[in-house]
Ligand binder design. Sequence first.
Ligand code: NAD
Length: 303
Amino acid sequence: AAGPVGFIGLGNMGGPMARNLLKAGHEVVGFDVSEDNLTKFAEAGGRLAQSPLAVAAAAQTVVTMLPAGAHVREVYLGKDGLLLDGGASSGSLLIDCSTCDVHVTKEVAAASASRGAVAVDAPVSGGTPGAEQATLTFMVGGSLDAFESASLILKHMGKKVVHCGDAGMGQAAKLCNNLVLGITMAAVCEGHALAESLGLDQRKLADILNTSSGRCWSSDTYNPCPGVMDGVPSSRGYTGGFACDLMLKDLNLATSAAFVSKPKLGLPLGGLALQLYSQMSARGDGGKAMLGSGLRILHLSLR
Ligand code: NAD
């Protein structure tokens, strides 16, 4: 779409994603409740708006990148929300990249349709490095037409944009992916914890894992063991990146989706991983420590 692009939620992911839209030559109008994140966005050349409604009034295409379903509902349907009078209308394209409940996504899609606007769910994988380097994968739910329009914007922030089906199917794909991630991250943590107990050098283990059958994203791209890789949260005091509480949120979304699915499904490994992340969160590491790194601390503290 021509004209400025709106962006709401300029955090660990949304901040660098919005910067990539600016780099691609788009004018970007942003809103966030965090002053710090707004300042960084303005320094990168973004224009500030006062509310989601003001963003929708200024831009026909709006991207949202918020923590969870409650924030998504607030930004779309709450006070000064995107979908109020004077905001999104016929011709607006609303792209929600947050990971949230399938039912919130469907509610937003229906509310958008009733105003003549089009909404798609487009959650991402690739983490903060993917957001910074514009190499994210987007999993899109919505009509084929909406998918094609959204792709024109999303391609500036990622390298792969996949149409997963109707509204909600992008979220469904994301929940399945993060279920696997939550479990494999815990597995890599356990491997490194065992290496420590056995006196095996952690870098040697990582080298072996990454050229052997244990290799996965958690071992070769986001290794949870401090000192094994540069530029990942485990090597900078577990700051930045994907917070434990976000992983916990996604495992909760996956296990509750499985509970209401037909046929109802049990997720035994997902349930176990969920318990590990919730223990870590309860210890006060939910916001700061990155998922696997904190899990590793938990694991070591339990021995
Ligand atoms: P974050 O907490 O760093 O950023 C969220 C931003 O939304 C913050 O700047 C916050 O101030 C803002 N916000 C909250 N409520 C708001 C409101 N009502 N109005 C305007 N702004 C509001 O989170 P993040 O790491 O950027 O993650 C965002 C989403 O992306 C989550 O759903 C997460 O599960 C998903 N995700 C994250 C990663 C990752 O590695 N961080 C990877 C894939 C997907």
